[in-house]
Design a protein around this ligand. Structure first.
Ligand code: SF4
Ligand code: SF4
Length: 402
């Protein structure tokens, strides 16, 4: 049950949502009702700083029903879920898992379509939607189905590349619109709370310099380089071989996924420029194919390690998993593995009929994965850098004021 009352307070009213904490728990949060705000978790967090005392402050927002404060909190996205704080809590609460659930709640909060909320809180319905979506994509492509050549594995005759490209463009339009709506909602909330206006970001050379440095720190250093993640969160994992460390595995999944998207886009671009039609056989070292192969390998390796680690609850960051976590990993893994299986089918003697059907599954699942990206954990790849931009901007302003 959700009750909303307004507590007048200067200078603005604080809206209290009594259903906030129970609602966040639906997103997979552990029980932090016993938290008495001692701050031990904040002290043990390698990333929390004086200007953003998390996770304690975020837990407090949830306990007090401060929904707006939680959804406009940039600190929520500074946490990399290393699990360090969960080790030190005297009440055995799991602030690390709570932060992860609060981020899921925030993704659903920024999404007006309620799809993200369904994906996270209704696992059976979410699974039905995921399966139905893949089937719908497959059936739609089947309407343009061509012959199955027995001379060579002509997958783009079976499902014409034009149909795939048009479908892909439609999916990307939905993703960009839904993604932008969510990011703008988040950025507007954070900017309002931080008192950051357009002039602070774009107003003159000084502001532009400040924004440029903040953008570099958020996107270049943290989102791409994951400097803090590796330096702070991976610091106590020396006993884990380098090829299984969280920082590397996470980077491989992110860059594998983005690399495959880029390779697909470039392939289409080459066709538009009349350089190479989609499906034309090219050697493995042809740049776009090489990019797709390397990215595919990174994705399959990274997701396989993540699946095994989650299954074994191998470290603090994967101690508990939601259905949405499994669904996302499953979609990523199926996309990567079916892509490689098709490559294999192209080299096999004869023309395996399963190669055609595997191609259909691959494209349908890949389309679904991209379409659902703004409503699943993948969305954090955009939300986190935006929040970190505000973190860095506030540091830049602090330095200037000092
Ligand atoms: S999970 Fe790690 S980064 Fe996140 S709040 Fe806890 S200690 Fe800090
Ligand atoms: S250490 Fe535990 S009890 Fe203390 S503030 Fe953090 S979550 Fe609450």
């Amino acid at each position: 049950m959700t009750a909303t009352t307004a507590i007048p307070a200067a200078p603005t009213a604080v809206h209290v949502d009594l259903g906030l904490y129970p609602d966040i728990r639906r997103f997979g949060a552990g029980d932090v009702s016993a938290c008495f705000s001692c701050g031990t978790c904040t002290a043990s967090c390698p990333l929390s700083q004086d200007d953003g005392a998390f996770p304690r402050r975020i837990i407090r927002y949830a306990q007090l029903g401060m929904k707006d404060a939680l959804l406009s909190s940039k600190e929520l996205w500074s946490c990399y879920q290393c699990g360090e704080c969960a080790e030190t809590c005297p009440t055995q609460a799991d602030p690390s898992e709570f932060m992860a659930a609060a981020r899921r709640y925030a993704i659903a909060g920024y999404d007006r379509t309620h799809i993200a909320r369904t994906m996270y809180t209704r696992p059976i319905l979410a699974t039905v939607i995921a399966v139905a979506l893949a089937v719908l994509f497959a059936l739609f492509m089947m309407t343009a189905r061509g012959p199955q050549s027995t001379e060579s594995l002509a997958i783009f005759e079976f499902i014409p590349s034009e149909m795939i490209h048009n479908l892909g463009i439609g999916v990307m339009v939905v993703v960009v619109v839904a993604g932008l709506a969510g990011v703008l909602s988040m950025a507007r909330r954070i900017a309002k709370r931080e008192g950051v206006g357009m002039s602070d970001v774009f107003g003159g050379r000084r502001a532009l310099g400040r924004s440029g440095r903040a953008a570099w720190a958020a996107v270049g250093r943290e989102a791409v380089g994951q400097v803090q993640f590796r330096q702070e969160c991976d610091a106590d994992t020396a006993s884990i071989p380098w090829y299984r460390r969280r920082g590397l595995v996470h980077a491989l999944v992110v860059w594998g996924f983005l690399g495959l998207l880029l390779a697909t886009g470039l392939d289409y671009g080459l066709e538009l420029l009349g350089i190479k039609a989609t499906g034309t056989p090219v050697p493995i070292w042809y740049p776009v194919r090489l990019l797709g192969t390397v990215a595919g390998f990174a994705l399959v390796y990274g997701t396989t390690i993540l699946i095994v680690d989650r299954y074994r609850a191998a470290n603090r960051s994967v101690r508990s998993s939601t259905a949405a976590d499994w669904m996302l990993l499953g979609l990523l893994w199926v996309t990567g593995v079916t892509g490689f299986a098709i490559e294999l089918a192209l080299y096999l003697p004869g023309v395996p009929a399963w190669g055609y059907w595997l191609f259909l599954v691959h494209v349908a699942v890949a389309m679904e994965l991209v379409l659902l990206a703004p409503f699943m954990k993948l969305a954090h790849a955009v939300y986190r850098p935006v929040a970190l931009f505000f973190v860095e901007l506030s540091r830049e302003q602090g330095r200037e004021a000092a």
